[in-house]
Design a protein around this ligand. Structure first.
Ligand SMILES: C=CCCn1cc(-c2nc(Nc3ccc(C4CCNCC4)cc3)nc3[nH]ccc23)cn1
Length: 292
């Protein structure tokens, strides 16, 4: 049972860089694709008798625009995070043959939140949705305390550890806010869809803790829509904007909608007790009247 523990690492204790030997890493299946990389389920089995641990191994996909430097930064980021609501770093594996590094993480057996909701939707009650929301919130609070901006908070990047524990994953786009600044401006738009972006991220590629809060609001919408594909934020925005609009001008159409105060509609499956609203100032209000 998770005790909801997020501690700041002992700044003096060097993170023990656990090195996994590639020859003992047995690939079992592909788990998914993240920013720039694919994630495989592997068993680390030095004794060769299938008693080794199951681990999730992420490898940089060479054809992606991301560089090894981006992947090294992702490894540096995740290895510095120690929180029950953030997927745990286990170590790295130097792949001699392919001159590449692999990131070894804890394997979360239930997969992504989206897949979990599709499968278990019938027995996920409001209280469990609020538990998941509070865990994501605590994980993001910890990330902010470490001056990290996730930049890609979305239900697709939330993993399910158990029926009562979810964790934030995929730190491929995460950046550190410089000490003297309130935000991080990226030079080129990434691949992640703009429908989770705050207005200032859409218009100026500016990312901050506040833009992460906006994305958290979108995640709440996904959560209380039970990650229903028909209620997907991208789908609802494009329905509103018009599917004939080219993707190149989608950003300006989305920005105009947000400036006109259009917001994602309240999820119809959302129980009447829960009201979710993001106002233009990126404040996310979750009015939860836990009246019986
Ligand atoms: C963050 C999202 C983008 C990149 N990404 C990360 C992972 C990932 N997945 C898992 N577990 C898991 C994933 C999928 C399934 C499914 C279930 C349905 N049938 C097919 C298999 C079952 C378990 N553990 C992990 N630890 C660290 C990463 C990680 C996957 N994709």
């Amino acid at each position: 049972k998770s005790d909801g523990f997020c501690r700041r690492p002992n700044m003096f204790k060097k993170q023990q860089q656990d090195v996994f030997e590639e020859r003992y890493l047995r690939c079992i299946s592909i788990l998914g694709k993240g920013n720039f990389g694919s994630v495989e389920l592997c068993r680390y089995d030095p004794w060769g008798d299938n008693t080794g641990d199951l681990v999730a191994v992420k490898e940089l996909q060479s054809n992606k625009q991301a560089t090894m430097a981006d992947f090294q930064r992702e490894i540096q980021t995740i290895s510095s995070l120690h929180c029950d609501y953030i997927v745990k770093y286990k170590g790295i594996c130097y792949s001699a043959g392919r001159l590449s590094t692999k990131l070894v993480m804890e394997y979360l057996p239930y997969g992504s939140l989206i897949g979990y909701m599709e499968k278990h939707r019938q027995n996920v009650c409001t209280r469990r949705l609020l538990l998941f929301a509070s865990q994501i919130c605590k994980g993001m609070e910890y990330l902010q305390s470490m001056r990290y901006v996730h930049r890609d908070l979305a239900a697709r990047n939330i993993l399910v550890a158990s029926d009562t524990l979810v964790k934030i994953a995929d730190f491929g786009l995460t950046k550190i806010i410089p000490v003297d600044k309130e935000y991080y401006r990226v030079t080129q738009p990434g691949e992640s869809p703009i429908f989770w972006y705050a207005p200032e991220s859409v218009s100026e590629l500016k990312f901050s803790h506040k833009s992460d809060v906006w994305s958290f609001g979108i995640v709440l919408h996904e959560l209380f829509s039970y990650c229903d594909i028909s209620r997907n934020p991208k789908r609802l925005c494009i329905q509103k904007i018009g599917s004939y609009v080219q993707s190149s001008s989608m950003a300006i159409h989305l920005l105009n909608l947000l400036k006109d105060n259009w917001r994602l509609p309240m999820p119809s499956q959302c129980p009447p007790k829960v009201k979710i609203k993001t106002d233009f100032y990126m404040n996310v209000f979750v009015w939860v009247t836990l009246t019986n």
